[in-house]
Design a protein around this ligand. Structure first.
Ligand SMILES: *[C@@H]1O[C@H](CO)[C@@H](O)[C@H](O)[C@H]1NC(C)=O
Ligand SMILES: *[C@@H]1O[C@H](CO)[C@@H](O)[C@H](O)[C@H]1NC(C)=O
Ligand SMILES: *[C@@H]1O[C@H](CO)[C@@H](O)[C@H](O)[C@H]1NC(C)=O
Ligand SMILES: *[C@@H]1O[C@H](CO)[C@@H](O)[C@H](O)[C@H]1NC(C)=O
Ligand SMILES: *[C@@H]1O[C@H](CO)[C@@H](O)[C@H](O)[C@H]1NC(C)=O
Length: 397
């Protein structure tokens, strides 16, 4: 037994030497499927769409005879990214013509460029060109920046007190981790998590985030911002929405006559329609005399108030004739091509056959404008005062 063991012990260093030779010999590398003379120092590279990808590959000895190439992927489905024969418009050598440095730059990187890249040296053999597998490839992951966020509001305006939804969308990004923050006039507003979905026919993602806000009258000056953050961004991207685009503040309307009622024949009465605190500024004002549309010459433009709302006055003058007694003057305000608001005033004419005291009998009934009562009270006081002075003076005479 002991006798047979000795030759095996002696054979061991030889086996080791043979293994070492096999390992080092280029031919043996091919059998093992590896080419240890090709160095690809990069394990993982992260690059952003549109940027240049830098892939490093060096040879420990000059590779004059054996052609070198860069492949993307291994086995079936591999793609030649660069070789010395073909034309590769996006690829340039870092050191052109070098026989040891086969580093390349790939311009204008796309998401499709994601994959593992192998720098390979072909080897002639009896069976044709062989491609020994490199020790390892370079894993390239391509990231993509999100598109600039687009913020959109509701299709219809809403009044103060009502809620509106504002939506922010962005697409084209990879990987899918993205965060969205909402701000109203720089103060954070809570919203639901963004909805992230793969984009159609593309390897990237898109997202949508919605925030619901209750409108206020002073939102004319408010801004809503959607802030998108992604690993590819050094600073968040911001989309802005002007809340006034969603806002409709309906006007307050009133009609005032410049003469107290009843009015004497042959005088001119001016009716003023005060249209206040509305947004947006598009209003159309029409005047009706009873049911007939009146011609209004001087059409004024809305004026902006310091609060950012608008106001407007419209005036019609009426030459008083007896036939106009009891006529109704209506100011119709159509706001933002939507709602119509109207106020009216009735014209009463003093009976010329019954002067002075007759006015008393009809006091308080005549002016039906929204503010008419105030004028009537003033008129009443004035007349009463005049009568007292008259009686007082007559008494002294
Ligand atoms: C490519 O990367 C290598 C190191 O990884 C660096 O030395 C070289 O400057 C880079 N080249 C370009 C053009 O970025
Ligand atoms: C690359 O793909 C081709 C066929 O598409 C195949 O013949 C070749 O062996 C592959 N090369 C490698 C290194 O996988
Ligand atoms: C009104 O004017 C007309 C003509 O201008 C005149 O005939 C009439 O007497 C006037 N009526 C009154 C009440 O002043
Ligand atoms: C009525 O309006 C006209 C302008 O339209 C003006 O000239 C006139 O003075 C006004 N009358 C009164 C009583 O304010
Ligand atoms: C106008 O109408 C009122 C109410 O119907 C009446 O009291 C007044 O006398 C009328 N005036 C004239 C000038 O007819």
């Amino acid at each position: 037994m002991g006798v047979t063991m000795i030759p095996e012990m002696q054979a061991l260093p030889l086996v080791c030497l043979m293994l070492l030779l096999l390992w080092r010999a280029p031919g043996a590398d091919a059998q093992a499927g590896q080419d240890s003379e090709v160095h690809q120092p990069q394990d993982k590279v992260v690059v952003t769409v549109g940027e240049t990808l830098n892939l490093t590959c060096t040879m420990s000895y000059s590779s004059y005879a054996a052609p070198v190439a860069w492949l993307k992927g291994w086995g079936s489905g591999n793609k030649t990214v660069y070789d010395q024969k073909g034309s590769f418009p996006r690829v340039t050598r870092v050191v052109s013509e070098s026989n040891t440095d086969y580093s390349i730059l790939i311009r204008d990187v796309r998401l499709e460029d994601t994959g593992t890249y192998y720098c390979v040296r072909f080897r002639k053999s009896v069976r044709g060109d062989e491609v020994p597998r490199p020790e390892k490839g370079t894993e390239v992951s391509v990231q993509a920046k999100p598109t600039h966020p687009v913020v959109s509001g509701p299709s219809h305006r809403a009044r103060p007190g009502q809620s509106v939804s504002v939506t922010c969308t962005a697409g084209g990004f990879f990987p899918q981790d993205i965060s969205v923050r909402w701000l109203k006039d720089e103060a954070p507003v809570s919203a639901q998590q963004p909805h992230i979905t793969p984009e159609q026919m593309k390897p990237s993602y898109e997202m949508s985030s919605t925030v619901t806000l209750t409108l206020r009258k002073d939102d004319v000056h408010s801004q809503v911002a959607c802030e998108v953050q992604h690993p590819t961004l050094t600073a968040p991207l911001r989309g802005i929405y002007e809340l006034r685009e969603a806002l409709r503040v309906p006007p307050s309307v009133r009609v005032v006559a410049d003469l107290p009622s009843p009015v004497e024949v042959n005088k001119t009465v001016n009716f003023t329609c005060h249209v206040k605190e509305f947004y947006p500024k598009d209003v159309v004002i029409t005047w009706l005399e009873n049911r007939m549309e009146m011609k209004v010459e001087n059409i004024l433009q809305p004026v902006e108030t310091p609060q950012g709302l608008f106001e407007l006055r419209s005036l019609v003058d009426v030459k008083v004739t007896e036939e106009k007694n009891g006529s109704v003057y209506t100011c119709q305000v159509k706001h933002n091509a939507q709602d119509t608001f109207s106020k009216r005033a009735t014209l009463w004419i003093a009976d010329p056959t019954r002067e002075g005291l007759r006015n008393f009998s009809s006091l308080g009934l005549n002016l039906l404008t929204s503010l008419g009562l105030g004028i009537v009270i003033l008129l009443e006081k004035g007349l009463l005062g005049g009568l007292l002075i008259f009686l007082f003076k007559r008494g002294r005479a």
